[in-house]
Design a protein around this ligand. Sequence first.
Ligand code: UT7
Length: 332
Amino acid sequence: MGKIKAAITGVQGWVPDYRLTNDELSRMVDTSDEWIMQRVGISERRILKEKGKATSDMAAAAVKGLLKKTGTPANDIDLLIVATISPDMFFPSTSNLVCHKAGLKNAWGYDLAAACSGFLFALETGRNFVETGRYHKVIVVGADKMSSITDYTDRTTCPLFGDAAAAVLLEPVGEDVGIMDSILHVDGSGYKYLYQAAGGSLNPATHETVDAKMHYIYQEGQQVFKFAVSKMADVSVEMMKKHGIQPDELAWLVPHQANMRIIEATARRMGIRREQVMINIQKYGNTTAATIPLCLWEWENQLKKGDNIILAAFGGGFTWGSIYVKWAYDPE
Ligand code: UT7
């Protein structure tokens, strides 16, 4: 019998209703639709405004939708991994809360933090649980309520981020489809360019940390930009070379959605056309761990069994990588 492979067998996203437009942002900080569209490519982002709602609520909504559309009983799920850097609380884990809210009575789970590469790291982790044969139904969620750590008086970061969640179901398959390979990296020396300074054990919350706005995202945009373009492209090209995938044999590149210019530069360096790239940054902005599964969800009806797909991300940490997927099913 051949090696068991893990395949994505369903995908479901969830976004809040509220649309924060560039015009509204322009009334909050000194920015403009023109600047944001030219420099980043975001037109609007979704914000979870409802009081008392958090990352777990978005993730649970995505998970419930996934179970419904794939006809999977909640009790069949073995494991739930939530990639997030905006957990409801430090503990219990968001995964715990999602299991409770989505009624996954037989699942265990945990959170995984790798910023914008979180979904890739979690997918690779979930994949291995399936490939060992130990687990049969694993859900991987990317979910972030970025508005909870965004400073809406800082024009250099507040136009960038949005809130969303999206989940995939991983199951074993006997055929040569599914998650084929991954190349993942971290470089902790890059931490200083993108982080949330306070709230952890280094700088526990105090009046001073709040006054100094240390609980918000800090980013040195140009530095991150530079690394993002080269690392995301390099690792995607490396994956194509490793598997002998010619540019025209790639059905889709699914890049992390941080900046339209980064996405376009990555595609150029891979030698692929824009039509081969999933882009929805204009609608949702950077939803951190949710961007990649959110794209898969939006494009699901165009994906065909056997399609060569490369998922690629770069994010805080630094973290980056690519995952090669052969799509496992045709549209309904
Ligand atoms: O997902 C995690 C990884 N993150 C990323 O990949 C993000 C990477 N970085 C970026 O996408 C870009 O660096 C940003 C979108 C964050 C910024 O774009 P940029 O082209 O690098 O702009 P910049 O920081 O070099 O700023 C250029 C100018 C500055 O003004 P001066 O100094 O030239 O007068 C900024 O103050 O643009 C100004 N600026 C703005 N102007 C209007 C910065 N933010 C804004 C704004 N509206 N929102």
